[in-house]
Write a protein that binds this ligand. Structure first.
Ligand SMILES: Cc1cc2nc3c(=O)[nH]c(=O)nc-3n(C[C@H](O)[C@H](O)[C@H](O)COP(=O)(O)OP(=O)(O)OC[C@H]3O[C@@H](n4cnc5c(N)ncnc54)[C@H](O)[C@@H]3O)c2cc1C
Length: 346
């Protein structure tokens, strides 16, 4: 197999890059490790286990959503925020809504992925193709190899650091890959689904903060049509303490929702749990250390012009702006596409 550009990773950045290349008539092949596209964008039965929101002032997201004909609604935030103390005491009279004004998509964020993928030739999107080794102008995966004039790593830098490069990357580049935290890579998300958003009738927004856990931050995740109710939470328990504890965490999370939102919350129709920290195609063990702030992202100097400008990084973490976010994934793709268009691509 030979192509102009081999894209490794079928998350939002890789797919968006593929779309730019396709529109510019530049040949590409995309290799995705998982048996699904989307990467951190992952919607299970309509509920987002990765990103839930985008925000006003993110022009690429706004344009993509409009172009794909996706419908947007505001995060539900009417009513009181609840607060759970370290001892599990619940205060329900807090007025503050933490994610008011954030935007969700009907049907979940997978609409972005499905919409882009539908515009690309299916035979160029190779699912279940984990790339293991990269040589100059050659990508090697379990099933074979692909020669390419340019290779783009549309994967988190720390995941890229785990690949075999032959010849080895310069030490400064290898270190730069390891130094960039995967945004939200150390996190886990839990969703509980109910017949209806019953907490709203009690004057509760669904927002909660907890110092008791296991969920640290909780929000309403219900669909906009009210056909079901759902609450989601980010785990407050650090990754090293979550390993092998999925069943216990789910049980404790349901019990916590019942403490905060009342007995109806004890019997969800179903629950979903996704621990990103233990997914090797998203996070490395370095991501298990909690981040206290949003890192300053962007392309580290040591990752520019690798292998004479034939090896490129393109994930949200190296975006020229809005790094870490979905908007950043689109910005990274736009930037990489511009570079590839001016490079000699035959
Ligand atoms: C829990 C959570 C909540 C979030 N919330 C928000 C939010 O509300 N708003 C927001 O804007 N952003 C949010 N984010 C961040 C957002 O998900 C990312 O910015 C975005 O999805 C990154 O896209 P990407 O394509 O750069 O990377 P990824 O989505 O990580 O895509 C990389 C792809 O590469 C593949 N891959 C990895 N290794 C290999 C290999 N060896 N061979 C082939 N393929 C490989 C992976 O399977 C994956 O599909 C959240 C993330 C998480 C985890």
């Amino acid at each position: 197999m030979h192509t102009s550009v081999a894209i490794i990773g079928g998350g939002l950045s890789g797919l968006s890059l593929a779309r730019h290349l396709h529109r510019a008539d530049i040949a590409f092949e995309l290799f995705e490790a998982r048996d699904r596209l989307g990467g951190r964008v992952f919607t299970q039965s309509g509920y987002d286990m990765g990103p839930s929101w985008f925000w006003p002032g993110q022009p690429r997201m706004a344009a993509l959503v409009a172009e794909l004909g996706l419908t947007v609604f505001e995060q539900f935030a009417t009513g009181a925020l609840s607060y759970e103390t370290e001892t599990g005491a619940v205060m329900r009279d807090m007025g503050f809504a933490s994610m008011q004004g954030s935007l969700r998509l009907n049907g979940g964020k997978t609409g972005l992925i499905d919409g882009i993928a539908a515009q690309l030739p299916k035979e160029r999107l190779h699912l279940a193709h984990p790339v293991t080794r990269i040589e100059p102008r050659r990508v090697i995966f379990e099933q074979g190899m692909c020669d390419a004039d340019h290779i783009v790593l549309a994967i988190p830098p720390r995941v890229a650091a785990g690949l075999t490069f032959a010849p080895e990357l310069p030490g400064t580049a290898q270190k730069a890959l390891q130094d960039v935290p995967t945004w939200m890579g150390g996190h886990a998300k839990f969703v509980a689904i109910y017949d209806s958003p019953f907490w709203r009738k009690d004057g509760l927004s669904g927002d909660a903060m907890s110092r008791h856990g296991p969920l640290g931050e909780i929000h309403d995740a219900s669909p906009s049509d009210g056909s079901q109710g759902a609450l989601f939470g980010f785990l407050g328990v650090p990754a090293p303490h979550r390993a092998g504890q999925d069943a216990a965490i789910v049980e404790a999370a349901v019990a916590q929702l019942a403490r905060i939102f009342g007995p109806k919350a004890a019997t969800p129709i179903t629950t979903h749990y996704q621990d990103w920290a233990y997914d090797p195609f998203t996070a490395s063990v370095l991501d298990h250390a909690p981040l206290n702030h949003h890192p300053t992202y962007g392309m580290p100097h040591a990752l520019n012009r690798l292998w004479d400008g034939h090896l490129h990084m393109c994930s949200t973490e190296v975006a020229p702006e809005m790094g870490g976010y979905l908007e950043g994934a689109l910005a990274a793709a736009e930037h990489t596409a511009r570079m590839l268009a001016t490079a000699t691509v035959s």
